[in-house]
Design a protein around this ligand. Structure first.
Ligand code: ZN
Length: 330
């Protein structure tokens, strides 16, 4: 089987000739950028450079997939957020567009042509052409909860979930169209699967809030986006994994704050699991021994795609990511 076949089969817990290794989120480290002689922030706004870094996820690190959307702000930038694109040691950050949840949301008709969206779409086309026959090409979109944080600011959005829940739901109904449109454009550009990021971690969203605001939205996204979806939520999600399982989404990219055996139990037989490896203990500070032990444990406990729990720290050594892949691919 090719790395692509192994990755895509693992997304649905299908049979494979070896375990899969990959990531739904950024694999970029400052030393990887230096090794391939490309810098941030250029790569967030230049499709060729963006694709070249993503391709290094396979050619240098040995992962079974590539994923070019390193920042969490691409579509938010296209929706009008004022951006600080960061540098090689710092990821981008943006500013809200609206001051109040009552402000009317304007989604520019041409948002997919704005650089925030157009650049990753072109990067996906390049990746499909350059490595897509052999490696799985994964896109990434954000759900309406995260888009709400970005457009209104985290504080305004979260307070409004308590004070004006109906208005928040209206806003999310509008923003879900951004998520779907961007996902469809990514599939047309060459994505074999798509990461759906939504920052509804326990410290910002209670299990009741997940059920009230997000469970149906995530289910709808699964129904409307016509490729396998990988849901990524940071932090401890053990109190909502049962709801996530019921959305029908194919794969959950989980954080090491959920113990792996618990994640497997809560995910049930059908939902595939990716990640779960600590970015601090293993990706940043791991040794060959601790990396091998962690991978063996993840495999034994039923993780389907090995790899880091979330976007890797920029200051991590990329050699450790290479070692993660070597455990299963060599
Ligand atoms: Zn995360």
């Amino acid at each position: 089987m090719t790395p692509k076949e192994i990755f895509l089969s693992s997304l649905t817990r299908g049979a494979t000739t070896r375990p899969s290794v990959g990531s739904a989120t950024s694999i970029v480290t400052t030393d990887l950028l230096e090794a391939i002689d490309i810098a941030f922030p250029d790569a967030h706004l230049d499709p060729g450079k963006m694709a070249a870094i993503a391709a290094a996820g396979h050619t240098v690190l040995g992962f079974d997939n590539v994923m070019p959307l390193f920042s969490v702000w691409q579509e938010s930038a296209a929706l009008g957020c004022e951006m600080d694109w960061g540098n090689s040691g710092r990821m981008p950050d943006g500013h809200p567009v609206y001051a109040s949840i009552d402000d009317s949301v304007r989604i520019p008709q041409s948002f997919l042509s704005e650089p925030g969206c157009a650049v990753p779409l072109e990067a996906l086309r390049i990746l499909r052409e350059d490595v897509g026959a052999r490696v799985a090409v994964v896109g990434k979109v954000f759900g309406p909860w995260t888009l709400g944080y970005h457009l209104f600011g985290v504080e305004e959005f979260l307070i409004s979930t308590i004070l004006k829940p109906a208005r928040v739901k209206d806003v999310m109904r509008q923003l879900i169209e951004v998520t779907v449109d961007f996902a469809e454009a990514q599939i047309a550009a060459g994505a074999d699967a798509i990461t759906l990021g939504d920052h509804c971690t326990r410290d910002l969203c209670s299990p009741d809030a997940y059920r009230e605001f997000l469970a149906e939205i995530h289910q709808e996204l699964h129904e409307r986006i016509c490729c396998p979806l990988i849901l990524h939520i940071c932090g401890d999600t053990s109190d909502r994994l049962d709801y996530i399982r019921q959305t029908g989404i194919e794969c959950f990219h989980f954080d090491s704050k959920v113990p792996t055996d618990q994640a497997r139990k809560l995910a049930g037989e059908k939902l595939s699991l990716m990640g779960g490896t600590s970015n601090i203990d293993i990706v940043l500070k791991g040794t060959p021994e601790t990396i091998a032990t962690d991978m063996a444990e993840k495999l034994q406990l039923g993780v389907d795609i090995l790899g880091p729990e979330c976007a890797v720290p920029l200051d991590a050594p990329h050699g450790n990511l290479r070692m993660i892949a070597d455990v299963v691919t060599r």
